[in-house]
Design a protein around this ligand. Structure first.
Ligand code: FES
Length: 166
């Protein structure tokens, strides 16, 4: 037998040291890399079910009932908070017969208010008027109020809406 196939003691030490070094690097490096990229990964998590803070049974029928909430998104090392608001209109006792409108005016984004005496939503910025269903009645908005079309009621009766933006 020649000695060429046999590993020398020095090579064995080199290989063993290199292997152990690699394992240590992986053990330390993986969590560190995960820590570094996790904020970037979480930036994509924009869709979520959000409780609006009201139970369905507490919302009166045919009365636009306001709600609001704030979402915080982490984008890298930057945190951005966005406020959302809208109105829930229960059109009947059927838990699925609900219209949920955004309160953000489709003109330039001001917040519309419900005026029961006029039976209209009115935007204070440029006096736009929307019907109870969110249809533009007057003013510059190019389209109706946006709707939250996906909603559900949890086991405790809380109304949740599906939000697709930050
Ligand atoms: S922002 Fe609402 S009418 Fe202009």
């Amino acid at each position: 037998m020649s000695g060429s196939n046999r590993i020398s003691r020095r090579d064995f030490v080199k290989v063993t040291t290199g292997t152990i070094g690699g394992i240590i690097t992986a053990a330390i490096g993986a969590p560190a890399i995960g820590y570094l990229i996790s904020p970037a990964l979480s930036a994509g998590a924009k869709e979520a079910w959000v409780p609006i803070g009201q139970k369905l049974e507490d919302i009166p029928l045919n009365v636009p009932t306001p709600f609001s909430f704030t979402r915080t998104q982490v984008n890298g090392w930057e945190r951005t908070s966005t406020s959302f608001g809208g109105f829930v209109i229960r059109k009947s006792a059927d838990p699925k017969d609900i219209l949920i409108l955004s309160s953000r005016c489709t003109h330039l984004g001001c917040t519309v208010n419900w005026h029961p005496e006029a039976n209209e939503f009115i935007c204070p910025c440029h006096d736009a008027k929307f019907s109870k269903e969110g249809v533009v009645l007057d003013g510059p908005p190019p389209k109706p109020l946006n709707q939250y079309t996906e909603f559900k009621v949890d086991n405790d009766g809380n109304l949740l809406i599906f939000v697709k933006e930050g």
